[in-house]
Design a protein around this ligand. Structure first.
Ligand code: DGJ
Length: 725
């Protein structure tokens, strides 16, 4: 049960497992007291306990804020550490002194104005809003906190309100800050690059600032809006973990500053690089939402909280809990080089092996025979689709398949009718040559005209195609983040206004097409975040489809995201990105770690291999619910080198799907044993397709003996069914 207790100037948010506590010092300053395992109460003078200053002796004019753990530290007035909020008035001074004004408590979870955020359909959450004020500037700052009843998470966001008469400039506004009293432990971030997204990156905490950020206009492949602090020695199934994620898809920062006293200040929010925001009298500004998760049972426990949160409180629409169609995407099968005849032959083979949805990727519009042209001209190319999307999708449906489409709506090619008609619609700076990336420019999604154009283009294509699915791609970052649509004083608002415009279009589209499954993509997983997940239940995890590399990418992505959110396909060998050859069984086993699909030219595959694919697909289909919505348990960490292993346990606990991939073949190496987790130790489990039955305690302690084939990257998958009641 979620509750918010008010006792002697403390606010105590808690559910069955966690507590989050703050205290009002001398009726004015909001002090952070605690975040962690549930407490029954906090007694005594907490200020004295943490700062060596008794509460009655505390005077904010004595420079003491620098030692005080704070809820939402403002910059420039008494606290010399990095602050969460910097706002300037017309005198140019950026010193703020926030003081408590009032608070409210409400049932449920408020929506955020124009931004994706966690939701609560059951109204069982509780929300506290504490309003602070800087009376000199006439700035009100509302701090929102929601405690969930069914996830060990706290959602936070901030709303600024200019109640005065002068124009204010917001230079920095974090979504959340937590002052930990002690900086013992390690920081983990998800960092990488294109085709190597979200690798686990551990570092010990040390004095100074450490963390990740993006100023690329997208949350990015290079860094993810997520970080966790783990106590020293924390493991997959033990140790305390505090995790932070932003429900946002643009520029962000997530970092920890260790101070002179050994305290650690963790903050997450909009990146203040290339950002400021003018707040006119009467204006409001809402930050993106941050979510904080606490787990006492290691990284595994933390991930299960995130996965539950994603399923129950982030993803929306029918696909939040529905089975995802097994798809075939033609990208790696044909790239731009296809005819309708070729696609229909491919789709025919897909139907033959049991695929449910055919996705037509890039190249169907304008004169798009390469990535150099036509983005923005969303009109069918008659050379490739003589009867348009309508005729082609009808033929696909006649094969018994559903139909999906690729678009990259946020972009424009300089060689396009759209660009020739509206050269000012893209991000650009006056007097500077327009930089292209993948031969394209970025449309300014902050502009209402562009939003209208993009909505109409996408809605039109979805309608013509009667599409069941849309892959929404985005293949370049912002540089410069400048626009003709804003005056000089507001240029640094461009990147955030872009996100607000994009979210407005996605909101309209997902409302208008509630049955369409949207899959997000940004050159693979370049925008894999909770913000996109709010609109699009799945994201194409990476352009790297190599099964070996995907073990690493999907393993670390699973820290935050459930398998239902990760697009994963069986592709061709040699793999198009790495040249590696892996067995079909391994490619299928790894794709089963996400939303399953195929991405290769099936017309080039011989009948016996197609039969094997058909059998593997049938296997996935038979356990799809367990894979997508079961409890995901990581077993072998691929970053340790031996291989990767994981299992999914169905919600009722009756079925488990276990997969292991051994990276290097070992000759005469002795038996490989995998100890399972999460089973009922008193129950028995039968191995599907064999006569073998094992006890739950046996599988979790003695382990399952893995029978790998020869060769590198060999895999072993077993399906366990609980015997009896
Ligand atoms: C990048 C995506 O990640 C690929 O899957 C593919 O859709 C291409 N774009 C198409 O241009």
């Amino acid at each position: 049960m979620a509750e918010i207790l008010e006792q002697q100037c403390t606010f105590h948010l808690r559910n069955a497992n966690i507590s989050y506590i703050m205290r009002l010092v001398r009726g004015e300053i909001l002090m952070h007291v605690y975040f962690g395992k549930r407490l029954s109460e906090v007694r005594g003078d907490v200020l004295h306990r943490f700062t060596a200053v008794p509460e009655e002796g505390f005077d904010r004019n004595e420079f003491r804020l620098d030692r005080l753990p704070q809820e939402y530290p403002a910059c420039g007035y008494g606290d010399l550490r990095a602050g969460a909020l910097t706002v300037r008035g017309e005198d140019g001074v950026d010193a703020l002194a926030l003081a408590y004004v009032r608070h409210t408590i409400q049932d449920g979870k408020p929506a955020l104005n124009g931004l994706p955020a966690t939701h609560d359909r059951t109204n069982r959450c509780k929300t506290l809003c504490v309003t602070m004020e800087d009376s000199r500037l006439g700035l009100e700052c509302e701090l929102y906190y929601t405690v969930f009843d069914d996830c060990d998470a706290i959602a936070r966001h901030v709303v600024l309100h200019n109640t005065g008469r002068q124009t204010l400039t917001v230079d920095r506004v974090m979504s959340a800050c937590v002052d930990f009293h002690s900086a013992q432990g390690q920081l983990l971030t998800l960092s990488g690059a294109w085709a190597r997204e979200r690798y686990m990156d551990w570092r010990p905490l040390s004095q100074g600032r450490q963390g990740v950020a993006s100023a690329r206009g997208a949350s990015s492949a290079q860094s993810n809006p997520f970080m966790l602090l783990a106590e020293r020695g924390a493991m997959e199934d033990s140790g305390e973990v505090y995790a932070f994620a932003l429900v946002y898809s643009g520029n962000f920062t997530a970092d920890v500053t260790v101070d002179q006293y050994g305290g650690a200040r963790a903050m997450i929010g909009l990146n203040d690089e290339q950002f400021d925001w003018q707040l006119l009298p009467g204006d409001h500004f809402t930050t993106p939402e941050a979510v904080l998760v606490y787990a006492a049972d290691g990284l595994g426990g933390m991930s299960r909280e995130w996965h539950a949160l994603c399923h129950r409180h982030v993803t929306r629409g029918p696909y939040a809990s529905a089975q995802r169609p097994i798809l075939l995407n033609n990208w790696e099968a044909t790239y731009f080089n296809f005819t309708e005849e070729k696609l229909l032959a491919l789709a025919g083979k897909a139907a033959q092996i049991g695929v449910e949805l055919f996705v037509l990727d890039d190249g169907w519009f304008g004169h798009r025979d390469s990535d150099a042209v036509s983005l923005g001209d969303w009109v069918e190319d008659p050379r490739k689709l003589p009867d348009g999307l309508a005729g082609f999708s009808e033929r696909i449906r006649a094969l018994g398949l559903r139909f999906g489409l690729w678009m990259e709506p946020e972009m424009v090619s300089p060689d396009s009718d759209l660009y020739r008609a509206h050269p000012d619609w893209c991000l650009h700076a006056p007097g500077m040559p327009r930089l292209t990336g993948r031969n394209q420019l970025v449309l300014d999604m902050g502009s209402p005209q562009v939003q209208e154009y993009v909505y109409e283009a996408v809605a039109g294509a979805l309608t013509r195609a009667k599409a069941d699915y849309l892959k929404w791609d985005m293949n370049r970052n912002f540089s410069p983040a400048a626009t003709a649509a804003l005056p000089p004083a507001r240029q640094r608002e461009t990147a955030h206004r872009y996100m607000l415009g994009l979210y407005a279009v996605l909101e309209r589209l997902t409302e208008a097409f509630p049955e369409v499954l949207f899959e997000s993509c940004a050159s693979g997983g370049g925008r894999f975040d909770l913000g996109m997940l709010y609109y699009m239940p799945q994201t194409w995890c990476s352009d790297n489809t190599d099964a070996h590399d995907r073990c690493l990418i999907q393993y670390s992505t699973s820290l935050l995201f459930p398998p239902s959110a990760m697009g994963a396909h069986v592709s061709a060998v040699p793999n198009h990105q790495t040249g590696r050859v892996t067995a079909l069984e391994t490619r299928s086993a790894v794709a089963m770690g996400g939303t399953y699909g195929f991405e290769l030219d099936l017309t080039q595959i011989d009948e016996s291999e197609l039969e094997r694919m058909k059998a593997l697909l049938a296997q996935e289909k038979s356990v799809r619910d367990t894979l997508l919505y079961g409890q995901f348990i990581r077993l072998w960490n691929p970053f340790e080198g031996r291989g990767a292993a994981w299992m999914s346990l169905s919600a009722c606990g009756r079925q488990a799907v276990v997969t292991a991939v051994r990276f290097r073949a070992a000759v005469n190496g002795g038996p490989e044993v995998l100890r399972l987790r999460g089973l009922d130790s008193g129950a028995h489990y039968a191995v599907r397709g064999t006569e073998d039955v094992y006890g739950g305690d046996e599988l979790m302690n003695l382990g399952l003996t893995l029978q790998f084939a020869t060769g590198d990257d060999a895999s072993y998958t077993v399906i366990l069914e609980r015997v009896g009641a």
